[in-house]
Design a protein around this ligand. Structure first.
Ligand code: NDP
Length: 398
């Protein structure tokens, strides 16, 4: 793998910040254009490197994988493809991005990297309720994506719940009626924020029961979620009367937060912090800076749409760099790089190599009763009790 420390980088053609489907697809296209792009993969800020797909299990809607593929495996493959064509990886968080001067300056790994063009592909994090028992049931009944996880066998013909009152919540509630025996939509007010058409569809669906003015206070169960506790959001948050709703699935649809902390004061963002790009294009309000994937997409938020926009961003960056005579291209040598062969997997933690001090781990062994974790079914027999690392998004340390 072509990993570099930031100190070995100088003035770069193109730096891509973020390593989800948008970032790696942009890297594949830019690398094949001989731009020798640098990807700052991220490390813990905003989640695990590889983005949200690293926190899912089966991805069954990414074209080209008729039997589906595990999210982390898909990301390992995208990464290998990007590296095969000459992408260099800085496996660290971008700590500062300065778009006020040219070349742009990005601090990562304790160094400053200069870039003629930048692609922002830092994604968005699904908002969570932060329930006391949320970590325990994450991926064991709780999910932030019904479209991704709804078909999981444990949800079939079971009672399921969706929290939220927007278009996502309504869409997900309708979607889940294909799998669950009944879907409960938990709305914290007395109205749906969703579009009229979407709301009407929900209200007309006999398989969906709307619980108005209800908030989820906590959840419970054994190895898998069994019930949620509902309270009146306007009542006493601690002592108010509550009701237990038996459900096997709890789906959050309470919005996303775009990972734009480092740039939102420098370029145009919308009220929620999403980067504003030109309609149908990846161009941001600063020439030479492009955005791809969920960081600029509050609506579609799919792996394949992110990948598509990463391709657009790379092509746009390449054209801009060429037009301004800024690109220093390096021809591939050999022209056809060696095939990847067996894709190097992100290391999995097990009994022999588990390091409780490590910042993040992959694999079920890293699961603890108090830590959120992907890949954690079935739960590990003897999870270490000393893991204390945790990201703000709560899901990278598995
Ligand atoms: P929204 O921000 O529109 O809605 C979030 C919902 O979650 C709101 O109902 C909000 O309640 C609720 N909520 C927020 N925080 C909490 C909390 N802590 N506890 C309980 N409920 C909470 O997000 P969406 O993801 O639904 O939509 C984002 C954008 O994508 C929108 O523009 C939407 O139109 C679009 N979209 C369009 C679709 C389509 O057209 N097919 C499908 C999906 C999304 P409250 O209303 O009280 O604030």
């Amino acid at each position: 793998m072509d990993r570099v420390g930031a100190d070995s980088l100088g003035l770069e053609n193109l730096v891509i910040v973020g390593s989800g489907p948008a970032g790696y697809t942009a890297a594949i296209y830019a690398a094949r254009a001989n731009l020798r792009p640098v990807v700052i993969t991220g490390f813990q800020d905003g989640g695990i490197p590889g983005g949200q797909l690293m926190t899912t299990t089966h991805v069954e809607n990414f074209p080209g994988f008729p039997d589906g593929i595990l999210g982390p495996e898909l990301m390992d493959r995208l990464k290998a493809q990007a590296v095969r064509w000459g992408t260099r990886l800085v496996e660290a968080d971008a700590e500062r991005i300065d778009l006020s001067q040219r070349p742009f300056r990005i601090e990562a790994d304790g160094q400053t990297i200069q870039a003629q063009a930048v692609i922002l592909a830092t994604g968005a994090s699904a908002n969570r309720l932060g329930l006391p028992s949320e970590a325990r049931f994450w991926n064991a009944g709780i999910s932030a994506c019904a479209i991704c996880d709804g078909a999981t066998p444990q949800f079939r013909q079971e009672e399921l719940a969706v929290v939220g009152g927007g278009d996502s919540a309504c869409e997900e509630a309708v979607y889940l009626t294909k799998y669950g025996s009944r879907v409960h939509l938990i709305v914290r007010s007395d109205r749906l924020r969703a579009s009229k058409a979407m709301a009407d569809r929900v209200l007309a669906n006999p398989a969906i029961q709307v619980h108005w003015n209800r908030q989820v206070r906590d959840c419970s169960g054994g190895d898998w979620l069994e019930a949620i506790e509902l309270v009146d959001p306007n009542g006493d948050p601690d002592g108010g009367a509550s009701e237990q709703l038996p459900v096997r699935g709890l789906f959050y649809a309470i919005g996303h937060t775009p990972n734009t902390r480092l740039v939102r004061d420098q370029l145009r963002v919308d009220a929620k912090g999403y980067v504003i790009t030109e309609p149908g294009r990846p161009d941001t309000s600063i020439e030479g800076v492009y955005a791809a994937g969920d960081v600029a997409d509050a609506e579609w938020r799919q792996g394949i749409t992110a990948a598509g926009s990463g391709c657009q961003a790379a092509l746009a960056a390449e054209r801009w760099l060429t037009h301004h005579g800024l690109a220093v291209t390096v021809s591939q040598d050999p022209v056809d790089p060696a095939t990847v062969g067996e894709v190097q997997r992100t290391a999995v933690s097990d009994e022999t190599n588990f390091d409780p001090q490590a910042l993040w781990q992959k694999g079920s062994f890293a699961t603890t009763a108090t830590s959120p974790c992907w890949w954690c079914t079935p739960p590990p027999p003897a999870a270490p009790a000393t893991c204390s690392s945790r990201s703000s998004s709560g899901c990278w340390r598995s």
